[in-house]
Design a protein around this ligand. Structure first.
Ligand code: GLU
Length: 481
């Protein structure tokens, strides 16, 4: 059997981390079995689906490297197929027209609630006579189409993650709507469960791998497979992604869409690596850094956990920094340039390239996310820096003006080199009989406004190349004097 899996996002929002993680698991499973990975856009909800979300989903999957082998297929272009399937179910007597108004349904639910029962459709129009139907139609009622669900049925499947799952027909809310209301005799807009089953059959999907929130849908869908009739695929329900507090990850917990992770400067390789670990444990727990290609041969459902997976920012940040630190400065520089441009910094991408690469090499080892390059390198772009409290304290110290003035005198009219910079510091230390640390801290405070930061000599050289060093040293002397 050739494995055929799919990811079927609805374009009602940007590509969500949960959908992306389902895509990762499907991709890994397909690649493990040399199977086929399909992309299907489930855009039948006309009100909530938007082309910009479709765009965001497709771009996001590509950015993550989750390339698909077939598709994208769009459900909106396949409506006839679903309508035909609904018609077949009607013809077989497995589906029927229900003429209940929303007020009647509301009343039904209120009465159930009053009796302490769970709300459900009570199947009241399951066996209408042709005369009753005609009477409702004469009233101008527009029917929905419902699929019969036997309350006494047990629906059992062997889930790839959860083992044997059992559902009772009576827990599925009564006969389910498979097509929205329409003119008499027609089939209205087909709904999610029906369309998914028609597509999964048509696309010969062998394994349906999706989030645990779809478990109740799976029970309903199995009944639809049987009614079509068609072979039921295997199902694997991946654990939910949870916040640190243990509830379902939502926007309140910070960013949840892949494009936002991208903006923050997470690398696609780090994100897919992290998403793989969200619910899957590698055979060697110490080998946590891997590409999708490398890990695919090891990926199977035996190692997918049943419990929800807590989203751990520290872990993601750690992984991302591991990936960033492995990247060569020239490549990293390409990625940082858009962030610097986005921050409004002015430079020439061509003539300033050597300087930008040195800056990248300086800050790269401290970066966790690409976006941090903006704040970390701000002082190399702007004319003057603000002093931190520690920076101000340092500049207030006895002897600082003298040290800085001497540096100013020593750097007058010369192109500063690394050797010069080191010699100047050495010379001052000797001549003024001050500690090297004092000279370094004073110089750093004057140049950067703070007493901590990246390598001082390298920072000084970078500032000197932009002509920013001397004005700052001057400023430190003037403000003190
Ligand atoms: N359109 C559904 C969703 O976005 C897909 C569920 C499925 O994979 O069947 O949640």
């Amino acid at each position: 059997m050739t494995v055929r899996v799919r990811i079927a996002p609805s374009p009602t929002g940007n590509l969500h981390i949960g959908t992306a993680r389902a895509a990762v698991f499907n991709w890994l499973f397909a690649h493990h079995h040399a199977g086929t990975f399909i992309l299907r856009i489930e855009d039948t909800d006309e009100k909530r689906s938007r082309p910009e979300y479709t765009e965001n989903i497709i771009t996001g999957l590509k950015w993550l490297g989750l390339n698909w082998d077939e598709g994208p297929f769009f459900q909106s272009q396949r409506l006839d197929l679903y309508k035909q399937a609904v018609q077949t179910l009607l013809d077989k007597g497995l589906a029927y027209r229900c003429y209940c108004t929303s007020e009647e349904l509301e009343e039904m639910r209120a009465a159930q609630k009053a009796r302490g029962q769970a709300p459900r459709y009570d199947n009241r129009h399951r066996n209408l006579s042709p005369e009753q139907q005609a009477a409702f139609e004469a009233e101008g009622r527009k029917p929905v189409i419902r699929f019969l669900i036997d309350d006494y049925r047990q629906i059992v499947w062997k889930d790839l993650v959860r083992g044997t799952v059992t559902w009772r027909g009576s827990d599925l809310g009564g006969d389910m709507v498979i097509a929205r209301s329409s003119e008499a005799g027609e089939v209205g807009q087909p709904l999610y469960n029906l369309a998914v089953v028609v597509d999964d059959i048509d696309m010969q999907i062998t394994h349906v791998i999706r989030g645990e929130d779809h478990i109740a849908n799976t029970a309903k869908q199995i009944l639809l497979y049987e009614a079509m009739p068609s072979t039921v695929p295997e199902f694997g329900h991946t654990p939910l992604i949870l916040s640190q507090e243990g509830h379902k990850l939502s926007k309140r917990d910070g960013v949840t869409s892949i494009s936002d992770f991208q903006k923050m400067g997470y690398l696609p390789e780090a994100l897919t690596n992290y998403m793989t670990l969200l619910g899957w444990t590698p055979p060697d727990a110490k080998k946590e850094i891997f590409t999708l290609e490398k890990v695919a041969p090891q990926f199977d459902f035996d190692r997918v956990n049943q419990a929800g997976a807590k989203f751990d920012w520290d872990k993601l940040n750690w992984l991302n920094s591991q990936y960033i630190h492995r990247i060569a400065a020239d490549q990293l520089c390409d990625w940082l340039i858009p962030y610097w441009q986005g921050a409004g910094h002015e430079f020439n991408v061509e003539s300033d390239r050597p300087w930008l690469e040195k800056l990248t090499a300086l800050i790269g080892p401290s970066l966790t996310r690409l976006e941090e390059a903006v704040s970390m390198s701000q002082m190399f772009f702007i004319p003057a820096v603000e002093l931190t409290e520690a920076g101000r304290d340092q500049l207030q110290q006895e002897g600082v003006t003298d040290v800085i003035q001497t540096i100013l005198d020593a750097t007058d009219n010369q192109q500063l080199t690394e050797t010069d910079a080191k010699d100047i510091i050495k010379k001052i230390t000797k001549e003024k009989k001050v500690k090297k640390g004092f000279v370094m801290r004073s110089l750093r405070a004057a140049l950067t406004g703070d007493v901590h930061g990246p390598d001082l000599i390298e920072s000084w050289l970078l500032l000197a190349q932009r002509g920013l060093d001397r004005p700052r040293l001057q400023q430190a002397v003037t403000s003190k004097g």
